[in-house]
Design a protein around this ligand. Structure first.
Ligand code: PBG
Length: 329
């Protein structure tokens, strides 16, 4: 029988005895280069706090430019931009989404013109622009797929034109990656990256985001379960990722984050492609709320959550805590 070292000659705790050895054997680390910072931009002169997301503001375009400079300075590689669209501009058909002078385009081009070494990730989905709050067009009470694709393509081209370097479809319609890739290539945007929200679940953790962009009231009692994934499914996430890669996605995303670490792990180990995870608004809100009550150490639980994403296999983490954490790393 092979002899293997066993207790007492083997002691696992030796490698945890001092800080230097713990650093030396650490398998995973979070660095600012892992982070993507999602920001909200509104059509106002001043930044405005979002009550359900402590520390996060709806930024003016000027405020967004400042944040972009700070993020680049901290070594964060990319921002994800979300618009807070004025209620008067929301329609059933979401036409504002492809207005070349909309808030999203103004913010994107203002940041792009700073010439920073910073990726600009623009979300493609109609929900900021629809009066019903759905990510797609509604016909007879159903969010239709193919007609929505035409709208998403127009929205994506509009954003690429404004200076988006990464297009991130978050709408979960079938076929949108292929449709957007073909349109981008045709219009000369062959270097614009596609980050697909490939495994996006119909989650209750998006609540504070819907407060932030003001889509909660529009959605009302509606839900997104006919297009976002059922939280009970795992294999289906792999099929979603497979199709998006086949259609031309450069990177894929799993969302939400912490309750879906198994999905991150399976996606990464199955496909070995750049995999992002979104620590969504509800996760951020929970950790901050507990910290504000003195029930958890906010920085410590945030860092621990971020390292959990790395451990699960994530290559990039979208987190509202990116700025606060990067400045402490
Ligand atoms: C919309 C979109 C959502 C988020 C990102 N893009 C909300 C939703 O699907 O209703 C959620 C992000 C978060 O909760 O932080 N397509």
């Amino acid at each position: 029988m092979a002899t293997s070292a066993q207790y007492p000659s083997l002691r696992h705790r030796r490698k945890r005895r001092w800080g230097w050895i713990r650093e030396m054997v650490a398998e995973h680390r979070v660095t600012p280069a892992d982070l993507i910072y999602p920001i909200f931009v509104h059509d106002g002169e001043a930044n405005e706090p979002i009550p359900s997301m402590p520390g996060i503001d709806r930024l003016s375009i000027h405020g967004a430019m400042e944040v972009a400079r700070r993020a680049e300075g901290l070594g964060i590689p990319a921002l994800a931009i979300f618009p807070v669209v004025d209620a008067s501009k929301k329609t059933d058909g979401a036409e504002e989404a492809w207005n070349a002078d909309n808030l999203m385009c103004q913010a994107t081009s203002a940041i792009a013109e700073l010439g920073l070494n910073l990726g600009l990730v623009c979300d493609v989905a109609l929900d900021p622009y629809t009066s019903h709050g759905q990510d797609g067009l509604v016909r007879d009470g159903y969010v239709v797929n193919d007609e929505t694709l035409d709208a998403l393509v127009k929205q994506a081209l509009n954003q690429a034109q404004a200076g988006a370097t990464v297009i991130a479809p978050s709408d979960m319609m079938d076929g949108r990656i292929g449709a957007i890739r073909r349109a981008l290539d045709k219009e000369g945007y062959q270097d614009t990256l596609l980050l697909s929200y490939a495994a996006k679940y119909a989650s209750a953790f998006y609540g504070p985001f819907r407060d932030a962009v003001g889509s909660k009231g529009n959605l009302g009692q509606g839900d997104k379960r006919t297009y976002q994934m059922d939280p009970r499914n795992t294999d289906e996430a792999l099929r979603e990722v497979q199709s998006d890669l086949d259609e031309g996605a450069d990177m894929v995303m799993v969302k939400p984050g912490m309750p879906y670490l198994d999905i991150v792990s399976r996606v990464k180990s199955s496909f070995r492609v750049p995999t992002a995870v979104y620590q969504v608004s509800g996760e951020y809100a929970m950790l901050h709320a507990a910290s504000q009550n003195g029930w958890l150490d906010g920085d410590a639980v945030m860092l621990e959550s971020l390292v959990a994403f790395k451990r699960a296999g994530a290559d990039a983490i979208l987190s509202y805590a990116s700025l606060e954490i990067a400045s402490k790393l």
